[in-house]
Ligand binder design. Structure first.
Ligand SMILES: [Zn+2]
Length: 168
C-alpha cells in the first residue's frame, strides 16, 4: 500500500528513530501468528515493497520505527492471519481491520491518519473490483460499506464518474 511520511517525521529523524518497542511487538505478533519474515526492508513511506506470501506464511515488512510503519507490519501479518480472498477489497479490508484492532487492543496504539489512509486504500480496491473483476454492487459486504462510510448510491456515482473519465 502507499503511505504518507508518518508522524510528521523528517527523513533525518526517521533514520535516528528507535525501533523499540515496535520491533519486539512485531516479533511477538510473528510468533503468535506463526509468520516468517522473508525480508526486513527499510521503512520508506509510500513504498510498495511490503508484501505477504500466503502459501509460505511469510512477509516482507518494514523495520518498524513509528506507529505508521508498525501498522504496516501488522497489515502484512494480518494478511497471513486472515487468509486470502477472491476479491482484493475484502482481502485488504480484513488485513486493515486486523492490524488496526490488534494495534489498539494489544499495544494501545491508535493512528487516525493510518485509518483514513486505509479507507482510501480499501475503497481503491473496491472500485477496481467493481470495474475490472465482475464484483456486483449488491454483493459488497455491508460491514465494509459501513466502515468506508459509503453506500450503493455513492459508489454507483463514483463508477459513473470513473467511466466518464475513462471515455474522455
Ligand atoms: Zn495488503
Amino acid at each position: 500500500m502507499f503511505f504518507l511520511l508518518c508522524c510528521g517525521m523528517t527523513k533525518h529523524k526517521l533514520k535516528q528513530a528507535t525501533t523499540l518497542p515496535y520491533l519486539s511487538y512485531v516479533r511477538n505478533e510473528l510468533e503468535i501468528t506463526n509468520t516468517r519474515v522473508k525480508k526486513w526492508a527499510d521503512w520508506i513511506p509510500e513504498s510498495d515493497v511490503y508484501e505477504a506470501f500466503y502459501e509460505q506464511r511469510s512477509v516482507i515488512i518494514p523495520i518498524p520505527v513509528c506507529d505508521w510503519s508498525f501498522l504496516v507490519c501488522l497489515h502484512e501479518i494480518g494478511h497471513i492471519s486472515t487468509g486470502d480472498r477472491v476479491f482484493g477489497y475484502l482481502r485488504e479490508y480484513n488485513a486493515e481491520q486486523w492490524a488496526i484492532k490488534r494495534a489498539k487492543q494489544s499495544y494501545n496504539i491508535v493512528c487516525d491518519e493510518y485509518v483514513e489512509d486505509a479507507k482510501v486504500y480499501v475503497k481503491g480496491h473496491l472500485l477496481a473490483n467493481l470495474i475490472h473483476d465482475g464484483l456486483e454492487l449488491q454483493k459488497i459486504r455491508p460491514y465494509v460499506l459501513d466502515w468506508l462510510g459509503e453506500s450503493h448510491t455513492t459508489l454507483a456515482q463514483n463508477l459513473v464518474e470513473l467511466k466518464a473519465q475513462q471515455s474522455c
